[in-house]
Write a protein that binds this ligand. Structure first.
Ligand code: SAH
Length: 460
């Protein structure tokens, strides 16, 4: 018997938040992750440090790794690692060869479990504005593979709605097979490309006109086709493409959900400083400050890391009062048992200064834990109020590859800090003309202006 266990995990169709809680927790715990091409790439960010991450995905035209080799690798990893996650697009058991991989585990005597996923067959229809069943239209749906070798027609099951996967290169045969089975030329059909992803596209037509239409627009993969009367509802029920797509470059994208569909691409990483000798000697006297003011959740995280490294904890704060620039920072403080004394409504340096203006800061000793490069607005403002400022650098930011972004599908960009502005310019050159830019707080806006980005403060 091997020591490890294989988890066949469904990653969902593309929108990273459609992963199940169980799948998410397993990815966080995994010692090895073997992933397919169609999984949301953001999921690889949650893998723990030191875990092995292997791409075994299949691409439309070429196989990166033959199935037999994937099977072999899976068993091999299960023999040397404890938690092996085999991460597959959509649901592992729907056209994903999940059944075959589970059989391989069984035959090799490897323990396995399967975590279902949200299949693209249903999610693409949903995000495309089409309910596969509806009491006024049809009560049955069939899911069919459009991938057929040989010349024969595709067998079409009897159902009111038919959903085809793996059909892009075979769309002509799919349509001919449907017509051959007696489906009228006026029957509605929709292609949903890259369903639930920010660059999703829905193309609708009828069996009679569809081939001409998809030739004009050039279909992209992956896509599903939905055929049947329910497609008539698409115009009414399209909810996803109506929302703007917002590219968020910072670390905490979920809090901006109200702005639209979040496209999260982390463009910077926060990393420790090379040398903490100055910071550590300053932190030894942390109990002497009247105020400790945090301007980022990272500041909180790194400050506690240093304190813990010195064998100290929150008691070292003594009687210092605590300020937090916004809710995310306050929440991070909460993880260490601290309730901030000041959290401005207007989450910015300006908001903090507004709150400090209400109290007497004359001769108050203020510690500002911050990154290597930080805006001067807050320290200058506090100095102006007569406070005595000490800055302590606890982390620095470095560029990271955010992956590709198709700006044709981006409506807005949200810059959350000066460093995201600079990293964006280094990576992408300029903000494309059709894209609206927003900045979190005045210092970020000032930085954007330096690069001729025509931005506004993010609406509240
Ligand atoms: N197990 C997967 C399907 C694997 S077969 C699932 O449950 O979703 C691969 C096919 O899935 C693709 O050819 C395409 O038809 C479909 N597909 C996967 N992701 C998709 C997406 N985001 N949008 C539309 N179709 C998708």
């Amino acid at each position: 018997m091997s020591q490890g266990k294989v988890y066949l995990v469904g990653a969902g169709p593309g929108d990273v938040e459609l992963i199940t809680l169980k799948g998410y927790q397993l990815i966080c715990r995994a010692d090895a992750v073997l992933y397919d091409h169609l999984i949301p790439v953001e999921l690889l960010d949650i893998v723990k440090p030191g875990a092995e991450v292997i791409a075994v995905g299949k691409f439309a035209s070429r196989h990166t790794m033959p199935q037999s080799q994937i099977n072999k690798l899976l068993i091999e990893k299960a023999k040397s690692k404890k938690v092996v996650v085999r991460l597959k697009g959509g649901d592992p058991y729907l056209f994903g060869r999940g059944g075959e991989e589970a059989e391989i585990c069984f035959e090799a005597g490897v323990d396995f479990e399967v975590v279902p996923g949200v299949t693209s067959a249903l999610a693409a229809a949903c995000y495309g504005g089409i309910p596969p069943t509806h009491r006024d239209y049809t009560s049955d749906v069939a899911i069919v593979t459009g991938h057929r070798k040989g010349d024969g027609p595709i067998e079409i099951p009897k159902a009111g709605t038919v959903i085809f996967l793996m059909g892009v290169s075979n769309i002509k045969k799919i349509i001919n097979s449907l017509i051959g089975e007696g489906w009228g030329e006026e029957t509605k059909i929709a292609a949903i490309e890259r369903g639930s992803c920010y660059d999703q596209r829905v193309i609708t037509g009828t069996l009679g006109t569809f081939l001409k239409k998809v030739k004009q627009v050039v279909l992209r993969t992956p896509a599903v086709f939905v055929v049947g009367r329910v497609v008539e509802l698409q115009g009414k029920l399209d909810w996803f493409t109506k929302k703007p797509n917002v590219l968020v470059l910072g670390q905490y994208p979920q809090k901006y959900r109200r702005l639209g569909n979040i496209v999260h691409r982390r463009i910077i990483d926060c990393v420790p400083m090379d040398d903490y000798s100055r910071a550590d000697s300053m932190l030894k006297g942390i109990g002497n400050f009247d105020w400790i003011v945090f301007t980022s959740a990272n500041g909180v995280k790194y400050l506690f890391e240093r304190l813990h490294a010195m064998g100290k904890d929150v008691r070292a704060f003594s009687n210092a009062k605590i300020g937090a620039i916004g809710k995310t920072t306050a929440h991070k403080l909460g993880e260490f048992g601290i309730v901030a004394d000041i959290v401005p409504q207007n989450e910015s340096s300006e908001g903090l200064l507004g709150e400090f203006a209400k109290i007497d800061m004359e001769n108050q000793k203020v510690l500002l834990p911050q990154s290597e490069i930080a805006s001067e607005e807050l320290p200058n403002g506090l100095l102006g109020m007569g406070a005595l400022i000490e800055k302590v650098c606890l982390y620095k930011t470095v560029d990271r590859d955010p992956g590709s972004v198709d700006f044709d599908y981006i409506d807005q960009i949200l810059f959350t800090s000066g460093s995201t502005v600079r990293a964006f310019i280094r990576r992408f050159g300029q903000v494309p003309e059709n894209v609206k830019s927003y900045c979190l707080g005045q210092p970020t806006l000032n930085e954007a202006k330096k690069y001729n980005i025509n931005a506004e403060i993010v609406p509240g």
